[in-house]
Each structure stands twice: as structure tokens, then as C-alpha cells.
Write a protein of this length. Structure first.
Lengths: 321, 321
């Protein structure tokens, strides 16, 4: 089993690598080789019997995927992307990284006859937008209101068509908001969703810029990684007529998140959250859909967090490792 | 008013040119100039006071739109496309003509600051597919099951994003099956839908390859052209959060079409239809959605045929011109 991962140095890529090496196998085959692509060489723990080739590559450069694809990977995880704020700030960069590089990857698979290679790509809840219904389902239109979501939605269509034509065996998973991310607050509009848990749990203050009744559609990093692993193993013939769908997150309000923090870490932790409304962040995050019937993902056995308490406890267990 | 039209030599392009010249104005401004692009020089009736520049261009060639865009058209109709059977037979050709050329057109507008130029593009019912509901609406997902529909759906997303960013003033209209097309039967799966009316009306035999209870979602050529004209005139601020939607066709069964033929042209005409089932055509045409709530198009004042009899009578009137 040879697995290639783009965006391998990122948060999700690193979690995925760790999980794959813990498992030791994918699709029932022992993992013998990892090809890791990112702008910088991805860190990888040395594991006996697994050959690791970490390549620093600009994926927008011609031939960036050649070495990776010449080695005929069995599974490709395509996680490399320019994030939403950067894609919004620079249309050319977003199109080059998020769309053109994906198309080059598909063309590379096609040119090499990698019809049986499972290509798993990450899309996003940001691909949804417009006049959305109260509860979304697998047939809700993607009408993105940002360039990142637009580029992801275009990739979904292209991967579906290349898969339908038998040129690759693709699958695109739309990710909910990932909570609790490790690290520090960042410029993402959703940064607070991790921050209001992570910082108080570490004894630090956090700022909550949104009203307590605001809801989010969230998934823990551990479940996202499980979903990526499962995405490599679901048989292509079960994927139906469209190779992209939303992963099963859970809907939680900010008040519910804070209540869980109180249950797990006490009143003092909950009091470390300062409420400082920020209309700009409210406007962005408030426009994201939060209720989905994820029938296709459910039917295919993709995992779901049980409740928000499980998410917090998994974060604490991860942090203690 | 300077109007540019790609695909100007085609059936729709020619009908649109005729209609625009009859009107003499668009957006309340007298039409002074037409730039017509196609693989061959488009035919144009000479009209006093209208400068016509018909250019033979391969729109996949670099700079194909340069001369047209340098002249800063007020309205662009982008009708040029490789049809569905050709896009299915040749993926590279379909991507080059249907997607890359549209992207080049958008980039050309962006480079020249044509933010106020209304770009009207034709998309198709073929962009729908997959596990569709009984009745579709403006928020039904595009999950195309053919490369043509995939490429059109990608263009919709890109035009929406360029419009959202204020780089062009775009609008994409998804066309129903156009009935009654003039001319002769062709290789299109939907060819019979025009043929079973057109040939009997001309005293000739026609073959109906589908069951009488099969339904179609249709629009007359005259109404499609009216919709294209209206598409240039709807103010951008009324177009809401997504710049693409389905035009209001009418749902009609093959039996209903034949009954209308009988009413208009008599029993002898209806008897000129031979029923020869073709499972291949039934499979393709039977998968197309036929029932839509076209709320956005209706609210924006796009026209709808009154009933199928009106479509047949308009065809007879056109033929007599």
C-alpha cells in the first residue's frame, strides 16, 4: 500500500499520517510507502518497514506531481489548499492552488492510467451559500459566496466527472468546522470556536465574538481523520451518482459549547471566556449552514461525534499524549 | 450599445441577432455595434446604423477574445459551446471550449476592467443529474452525469464568483430542451422532440423513439431568445446571491405533443409519426428532469410559453416568414 498525501505538513495531514502509521494498514494492505508533498518537507515519525518520501513542492509548478504519480500510489489524499481568507484576498493564487493544481493532479492520474487509485479530497462547508433551507441535505445546491468555496465546488464537479469516466476513483468529503483545533487563535473567522474551549482548558482567557445562541456544525479532528481513512476504504461502486457529500458533523450552539466546558472543567474555566461581540465575525460565521441531513455519509458508514462532551474529552486526551 | 456574441453562427445566435436587430435597442440604448464570433463568419443582415464585425475565431486559441474585448462591449452573449455528445466523446475538447474559453473570457473582462459588462451565458438542463427529487427548484444541486453538464456547472460557479467580486456582471441561464428547432433530425438524443412535430407539419414521416408518457421540459426558440434579451436587461442588484438559474420551461408529455399536432394539423399529420422504441434514447432522455419550480426566473420576469399549442403555432408562423 502506497499512500500519497498533499498538504502533508498541515494540521490534518500530520494527524492523518500519525493515524495511518498507528493502523499500519489501509484497504487491508500493509502500508509500505508514504509520499508526502507540501511547501516544506513534512515531519514524519520513522516507522520500520515504511519507506517515507517527503518532498517540498510548489504544487502550482508544472510537473509538481510527476514523481509522486510515477510511483503509482494506491491512495492519494489531496489536502493541500489555500485557505478561505487567502483565496478571497488573492483570486489568482486561490485558482492556481485550489483548482488548477487539482486539475493537474487529475490529468496526471489520467495520463498514467491510475484508474484504480482512490483520490480523496477535502472540500468544505464553505462551498454552501445563498438562500439555504433550514436543513440541508445531499441534494442542496452549492452556491458559494466566497472564492475558496467556489474553487472547491469546481473541483468536486471535475473529480466526479473524471471518476464517472473511469479515469480515477475519486471521492470528495465536505468537512464541517473542525473543533477543537490545537495551537493558537488565528485569523480564520471560525478561530473562536476552538479558542473558547482550548484557552480556558489551558487556564487562559479567550474571547467569544458571537452571541451564545449562534450554532455551528462541527466535527472533531479525530473523527475527520477517521472519515479520511474510511474515505479510502469505501468501495467505489457504493458511491452512487455523485462523488462528493457532506460529512456528518453535529450541530452545537455556543451556549452548549460553554456549558460543556463548565461540566468538564468547572465554572472557573467557563468564566475565562470574555464576550466581546464582533459584527464582522458574526456576519461570516452566522451565514454558514448548521443543520444537515447527511444521509449519504451516514449510509456509507462515515463516523459522527456522539456529542460535544466527547469532542472536549478527546481533545484533553490528545493533549495529554 | 455594443453587443458581442460568441457562437453567433449557430441556431440560437442567429435567432438572437435577428431579434436584436428587430428591436434596435437593448437596455434602452440604440444598438450601434455587433461583434460576432464563431468558427466561421456569422451571417448578418445589413442594418443601417449598426456596425457589424463578424470574426472567424477558434475560441480556444490564445487571445481569441482580445479584439472583441478591446472594443469594450456593453453586453456579451456567450453561446459558443461544444455540444453534449461531442464533449462526452472528447474530454479535452469539451474542457477547452466549454470551460477554459469561458475562463479566458472572464479573465479578459477582468484584465480590461469590464465590471459593468453584462455577460449572459447559456447553461443547460444537462447540468442536473443524480438522485433528483420529483420537482426541482433553484436550490437543487447540480450533480451532472455527463461532461458537458459538468463543464457548464463549473462555468456557472466561476461566473458567479467573478460577478460577486465585481469583475464582471454575469448571469447564466439554464436552458430547457428547445422545441421546435428548425432544420433536420441530428444525432442529439433530444432530436426527436422537434422532429415529431416538424416533419409531420411538413408532410414528412418522423420516428418517435420514446414512450408516449415520457415527459420533457421544453421552451420555444422564440421564448429562449426573449429570455436572452431579458437576461441583458435584468439589473444586477436583482440577481441575488447566485448568478445562475433554470429558465421557466413547460412540462409536456410526448402524448400531449402529438395531441397538439393533431389539433393543429389534423389526424393525417399525427399519423405520420412511426413509433419505434429506442432503449438508448429512452435511457438518456428519460433521465432528464422535467418538473421545476423556477421561482427565481419567474420573479425576475423571464417569459414562459403559455402551452404547447402556442409553441407549435409560433413555429408555423416562423416557418412562413
Amino acid at each position: 500500500m502506497h499512500i500519497a498525501i498533499t498538504g502533508a505538513a498541515g494540521f490534518l495531514g500530520q494527524r492523518l499520517i500519525r493515524r495511518l502509521l498507528e493502523r499500519g494498514e489501509l484497504q487491508g494492505e500493509p502500508i509500505r510507502r508514504l509520499t508526502l508533498i507540501d511547501q516544506v518537507e513534512a515531519a514524519t515519525p520513522a516507522v520500520a518497514g515504511v519507506e517515507v518520501d517527503a518532498q517540498a513542492r510548489d504544487i502550482t509548478a508544472p510537473g509538481a506531481f510527476d514523481a509522486m504519480l510515477d510511483a503509482r500510489p494506491d491512495v492519494i489524499y489531496h489536502l493541500a489548499a489555500v485557505v478561505s481568507s487567502a483565496a478571497e484576498a488573492d483570486l489568482d493564487l486561490g485558482l492556481a492552488v485550489n483548482f488548477d493544481a487539482t486539475r493537474a493532479l487529475l490529468e496526471g492520474c489520467r495520463a498514467r492510467g491510475l484508474a484504480a487509485t482512490r483520490l480523496v479530497m477535502a472540500s468544505s462547508v464553505a462551498a454552501y451559500g445563498g438562500e439555504l433551507p433550514e436543513t440541508l441535505d445531499d441534494m442542496t445546491a452549492l452556491q458559494p459566496q466566497n472564492s475558496y468555496g467556489t474553487q472547491k465546488a469546481m473541483c468536486e464537479l471535475l473529480i466526479n466527472d473524471y471518476s464517472r469516466r473511469g479515469l480515477v476513483d475519486g471521492l470528495v468529503l465536505r468537512l464541517p468546522t473542525i473543533v477543537i483545533r490545537p495551537g493558537r487563535p488565528n485569523a480564520a473567522a471560525s478561530s473562536f470556536a476552538s479558542s473558547i474551549l482550548r484557552e480556558p482548558l489551558a487556564g487562559e482567557e479567550a474571547i467569544c465574538p458571537v452571541p451564545s445562541d449562534l450554532e455551528l456544525f462541527v466535527m472533531s479532528p479525530g473523527r475527520v481523520v477517521e472519515a479520511l481513512v474510511h474515505g479510502a476504504e469505501v468501495p467505489g461502486e457504493c458511491l452512487g451518482s455523485f462523488r462528493a457529500f457532506m460529512l456528518p458533523g453535529i450541530t452545537v450552539s455556543v451556549a452548549g459549547m460553554i456549558e460543556t466546558l463548565r461540566e468538564v472543567a468547572g465554572q472557573a474555566a467557563a468564566e475565562r471566556i470574555r464576550h466581546e461581540p464582533d459584527p464582522r465575525i458574526q456576519a461570516i460565521v452566522g451565514s454558514w449552514p448548521t443543520r444537515f441531513h447527511t444521509r449519504r455519509a451516514d449510509a456509507l458508514g462515515f463516523p459522527r461525534d456522539t456529542d460535544f462532551r466527547e469532542i472536549v474529552e478527546a481533545f484533553l486526551a490528545d493533549s495529554a499524549r
